[in-house]
Ligand binder design. Structure first.
Ligand SMILES: Cc1cc2nc3c(=O)[nH]c(=O)nc-3n(C[C@H](O)[C@H](O)[C@H](O)COP(=O)(O)O)c2cc1C
Length: 182
């Protein structure tokens, strides 16, 4: 699938078939994440692939009952948890060098967007899950000290089709030469 087509046709998928994902397909998706750019090539991201049903269920319980992705985490054939090593990106010689602090959210997002677009190009569905008890989820996956559980996504074959959600028009979000309030 061509990149622009993948960007435009990807949707958040919250219902999955029970069809399993073979190791080769999973490796292709993870490989896309691996090739993301990162601050000074620090590659702070780490991924935990969860296939175990009991563990997926425990992760699902870290989502609020109102989170529409809760059942997807429980029922999809697998879940990918994206974690970050802290204190690397946005740093030089151990010191923070911008007003943004640690850039792990940015770098992990780049890797995850590669991952979800690659998944979509292979006919797989994903949905970013950011609203959950990340500290509890980190304990479930035994994420060590110095690393942070950032986001997760179910991965599987879609059992639903979704209409696109609206986006702001370009004139609302793009300015030329200088910020404009008009
Ligand atoms: C950082 C981030 C966190 C998100 N967290 C959740 C979440 O916790 N639960 C959920 O159902 N969707 C979550 N979403 C999915 C968004 O609701 C979705 O991307 C947005 O509504 C646009 O829809 P689309 O992905 O189909 O284009 C999240 C998306 C992002 C980028």
């Amino acid at each position: 699938m061509e990149v622009l087509e993948a960007i435009k046709t990807r949707r958040s998928i919250r219902k999955y078939t029970t069809d399993p994902i073979d190791d080769q397909t999973l490796a292709t998706v993870l490989e896309a994440a691996r090739w993301a750019p990162s601050w000074a090539n620090t590659q702070c991201w780490r991924f935990v692939v969860v296939r175990d049903s009991a563990t997926k269920s425990k992760l699902a319980d870290t989502l609020n009952e109102t989170n529409p992705a809760r059942d997807a985490i429980r029922n999809a054939p697998l879940v990918i948890a994206a974690c970050a090593e802290l204190g690397k990106t946005g740093h030089k010689d151990g010191e923070i060098v911008t007003d943004k602090g640690d850039w792990f959210m940015f770098d992990v997002a780049l890797a995850m967007q590669n991952l979800v677009l690659a998944a979509h190009s292979l006919g797989l569905g994903t949905v970013y899950v950011g609203r959950f008890d990340a500290k509890a989820a980190a304990k479930i996956l035994a994420v060590p000290e110095g690393y942070c559980f950032v986001v997760m996504t179910p991965l599987g074959y879609p059992a639903e089709t979704k209409d696109p959600r609206p986006r702001k028009e370009l004139p609302e979000i793009v300015f030329y030469d200088q910020w404009s309030t008009e």
